[in-house]
Design a protein around this ligand. Sequence first.
Ligand SMILES: CCCCCCC[C@@H](O)CC(=O)SCCNC(=O)CCNC(=O)[C@H](O)C(C)(C)COP(=O)(O)OP(=O)(O)OC[C@H]1O[C@@H](n2cnc3c(N)ncnc32)[C@H](O)[C@@H]1OP(=O)(O)O
Length: 905
Amino acid sequence: MSLSFKGHTVVVTGAGGGLGKAYSLAFASRGANVVVNDFNGEAAQKVVDEIVKAGGKAVVNTSSVTDGDAVIKTAVDNFGTVTILINNAGILRDRGFKNMSDKEWDQITEVHLHGAFACTKAAWPIFRKQKFGRVINTASAAGIYGECAHFFGNFGQANYSAAKMGLIGFTKTLAREGAKYNIKSSVIAPMAASAMTETIMPAEMLKQMSPEYVAPFVLSLCHPDAPDASGKLFELGAGWIAEVRWERSDGAIFKTDASFTPSAVKQRWSEVIDFGKPSYPNAVTDVDSVGKLEAAKKLPSNPQATPEVRFDGQTVIITGAGAGLGRAYALMYAKLGANVVINDVSEKGAAGVVDEITKAGGKAAAAVCSAEDGEKIVAVALEKFGGVHILIANAGILRDKSFQSMSKAEWDAVIAVHLRGTYKCAKAVWPIFQKQKYGRIVNTCSQVGIYGNFGQVNYSTAKAAIIGLTKTLAIEGKKYGIIANVIAPSAGTAMTSTVWPQEMVDAFKPDFVAPVVGYLTSKDNTETSGCIFEISGGWAAQTRWQRTAGHGFPHDSVYTPEDVVAKWKDITTFDSRSTHPVGSNETMEHIWTSSSSVAFTMVNFKDPNAFADPEDSKIVADAKKHVEPPVEYNYTERDIILYNLGVGATEKELQWTFEGHEDFAALPTFGVIPQFPCSTGLPMDWLPNYNPAKLLHGEQYLKIHAPIPESGSLVNEARILEALDKGKAAAITTIVETRDKSSGKLIFENQSTVFIRGAGGFGGRRQGKDRGAASSANELPKRNPDAVVEERTAESQAALYRLSGDYNPLHIQPEFAAIGGFDKPILHGLCSMGISAKHVLKTYGPYKDIKVRFAGVVYPGETIITEMWKEGTKVIFRVKVKERNLVALAAAAVTLADDTTKAKL
Ligand SMILES: CCCCCCC[C@@H](O)CC(=O)SCCNC(=O)CCNC(=O)[C@H](O)C(C)(C)COP(=O)(O)OP(=O)(O)OC[C@H]1O[C@@H](n2cnc3c(N)ncnc32)[C@H](O)[C@@H]1OP(=O)(O)O
């Protein structure tokens, strides 16, 4: 199949450079007429010239995207119609949330949201009439995850994250509204090199991150013969493409009576966030709310956590609290000891709730104004109660209309109250929360924002945008003790009564949502932040992203739209390889891997040929095909302490040996431990003359991808990466990826080489391939070491260390050691590594990867000398055994953590 766009007219906004230019050239090269929109007329003209020179047809349009009519008119005037609209124009106004100005917020909303609305709105009637239309909206990893990859060195994108996530909601509703008219809308989160990234990316990667690697996919989404991708979200870059969808936990159902309290929610919180039985909803109707409410009614009273969740002395601001959900929250907080600020535009409504609370002996004050007047509301809290600890942004309105007939005023009103109102309130409490290093925020989304809904394009966009905003707040607030979550509640309120039947309005009481909000904003919630919860009638569940493993096209040439169609299944199949990314770093890693010949992370462990090498002998090729089933590793603080002690941490170093210390943490080399149950399971008996007593640890590489949790469940996957025939010996390298069990987030990558004496002679490769940072070849600088640390190991060091998971008898049993050729048991290689890495950590601070070669044996009781040389971001080191003046660790180095990683490690 060849995908031609002859007869199509494509409008590309922001097409003077970057992605927009790449789209324009690609469409034109396949026969489409192109309107190259850019406010920079010169840049747009250059693109048009290039197209025309190549024999294509294109015209310039320099209107602002907010003047969608003018943009689309250029298409109609020049080519008679428009069939495809690529909403690509965008700007950045990055700023930490505290310092973000309203102007910076509004400018982003204006271009991304109002711009996409205006252009799509102008094209829509034409699409409907001709019964064909394609819309591509441009989101970003920043929108999906609330942050841009730290690779780009970027923090401070609350405005951009909100707008980009808003466009995902926008697309989902457009897809529903257009279905009947063959109008399909998809949304992409592309990663491509730009002026901004040029300074920090290696040249090879820059080439592969070019917009040319994004454009073919966009073409494939727009072609009439391509697979249907309407309403779908894709992440892509450097030739790697994956689909992203929502995944929801089964959640917990609570008895809907007086025992449904924040304490009851606390008691069963682990059930709410348990993804053991996930579902993949696609629409607001994909939940049996009535069934759940019925089930809730039949339950016995809810068990309560002790001590009770309370809010004594805390002040809560609730917007839109004059009725409905806001009122229910207010009554609950007041009952549990909080001072409550009741914000509402209705004076009567606010006064009524204040009265109700005061009469019941509680404390409340009214703030009668729009939610957009965040400062005024906060001023009331400060004046009446002297502070603020919790913000519930709840105010909202509906202006439902089909997209075709929605007016700009209806669009603007909903975006203003929901999105800008939420922003303004969060902005007003932020400096207070930052200063007091405490704050809780619950923002209000809706299932309509998550899944899209017919007739609510304004509402779904605003609500989705609130998800993006909240995720950024969670990220930026973390170091200040600020926790922010977003809820999608369904309850019978004045607002829903306009769209729900009365019996549902009566049944789904706002009181059945409030306790979850209470728990989320309590002191008791110290972990859950940046998450989305769907709540209705006693049921609460968490909703998160799930992403396919996707497909990475090879980089020898740019892939084509036809290639995309051929690989559609790989791109869009959700299976056991799918992940639950929570940050854009994971996207970056994926892209980085797919575009780098030396990185091995994120390999497809299920692909038996993942490490196939034409130079391998048959026996090696077969061994590499072995796929070990994933193995779990569960641990607690106790395991961390045991490990830390095993590598010489002392009772004086409480951050490593006392779980109550405020900086309690695992030493970074703990990262080699969780893989043990998995990597040691890989069969080695295919090697000739294999004798486990002759096995020595040869090399180790550890990369730490994410902060090490203090406890948890991790899942390991292991494969043989390389098998070298060293003649007399075999050098076998395994690769293990260790992920967080619930989020799927990559935490560690290990590459371990074992040297098995007497097991060579099986043929094939003798020298290893370049494994990038994992390769061992560090020349020692020709100067004296910059730092030296000495530490005597204990006679019992190996006996203690082995309890962390390496039970090899070589380290404890004299007879076994004798078979291995040693007079007495030897120290674990990884124990020596852990001790010396601790020296590096104490001298130079945290690092994000480490590699060593075990060059000589260390015996327990001997003294380790770590010599260090700082070379830029690397610390090269060598370990000697003092008593025998022998090198034990050679070719050793760490890469120091940059500032961003440091904050996270
Ligand atoms: C979690 C994942 C699983 C991990 C399981 C680990 C289980 C643990 O319980 C086991 C341990 O902890 S053992 C203790 C730690 N290790 C040691 O003490 C080994 C110390 N090293 C040695 O004795 C020698 O270097 C020795 C014996 C390794 C090599 O010495 P020689 O035989 O003299 O080799 P040499 O002549 O110098 O070189 C031959 C070829 O081999 C390559 N090579 C050398 N040292 C290597 C090493 N450490 N790792 C990998 N390759 C190594 C050389 O480059 C050379 O290659 P070529 O011939 O192609 O040039």
